[in-house]
Design a protein around this ligand. Sequence first.
Ligand code: AMP
Ligand code: GLY
Length: 422
Amino acid sequence: MNILLLGSGGREHALAWKICQSEKLTRLYVAPGNAGTASLGTNINLAPDDFTGIGKFVSGKNIDMVVVGPEDPLVNGISDYFAQQHSIQHIPVIGPSKKAAMLEGSKEFAKAFMMRHNIPTARYKSVTSQNIAEGLDFLTVMKAPYVLKADGLAAGKGVLILNSIEDARNELSQMLSGKFGNASKTVLIEEHLTGTEISVFIITDGRSYKILPEAKDYKRVGKGDTGPNTGGMGAVSPVPFATPAFMKNVEEQIIIPTVAGLQRENIEYKGFIFFGLMNCGGNPYVIEYNARLGDPESEVTLPRLENDIIDLFISVATQTLDERTISINKSTVATVMLVSGGYPGTYEKGKMIHNLDLVRESLVFHAGTKTDGGAVVTNGGRVLALSSFGSDITAALSKSYRNAEIIEFERKYYRPDIGFDL
Ligand code: AMP
Ligand code: GLY
């Protein structure tokens, strides 16, 4: 099979690495990819949002399947685009329809969906400039901290957690008057949930689903979960508190009603669902849905998946996933992100990366890199994910941290305490 993978981060390098392990693969193309994916397939200079360009490429290169990494093309309707174009409509796209991707693209849509299907989530009120007075009233009946969320995609910055009601009122007005552009024309005020976060993943063909390894992601930039939020500074899988009893609650209360709800509402979903959950004393609540895999979660979950991933993708396309059995490696995998100094604020790109050839006992997934002549240079905030297997979290992390020291680039930074709370 010839496969086109869309995206350019660590998640996509991990997907490319996993796809390349399949004997069913003939050629892999990645658009646009990074220096890591270039060693596994052919990088194509096409943006994941350039549907016309992608359609032409797919026809010209006899692509048999398109795998979508990031959310933007999904939310913008790449699956629907393929379904509507006569010349490419036979080519399966692994990624949900535009309507289904609204589970990620609109938090209001996701909340209303959860309400309709009795899926546990924080209480909320949806506010626009039309009913701002109701929003201010709702704040007075909530307790601090106050959670405000922009409805639309806001590059991970659209959630504010505020300690005083004055700040919450001010921010609500600012968001509604365009603080996050169109994304915050509608704002959700949510009850604050206390607990520990966990990322749970399924792959679904719209009828049945398979649960993939879960992970815990470390989003704050600083030691001890301090400082601003990032895309993710590291991750661990499995998660010790994801016991069989907890996962049974997740499956019965969240996964089953989600897949059944999509089916009942005739919303086509062929792809991954990422459930961002809060574990509140053993009871899971949905914080958010994502229509894709996580990053850096993929860098720990995909190494633990023992199935041929192309087989799973074919089963998704043909809606025969129920015939598959998922096989998961029992070892722990941990990943540590090396980032550019300054991230998630401003940082410089184009720094030469040294000693990649000296890495032992870790998988190196490129997140923000490119080739520059013969060299590999930094090309983003998150630069490299170092993933290692171990018999436990400590053993896995010690390998990742040893290699984190060995790799060098100017102003390299990494969190020293991934997994500290587990
Ligand atoms: P989201 O973009 O919805 O995942 O929110 C970003 C982060 O804000 C989450 O990862 C949580 O850490 C936090 N958060 C979101 N909603 C809530 C909530 N209702 N209660 C507590 N924390 C939340
Ligand atoms: N690591 C969180 C995400 O991929 O959204």
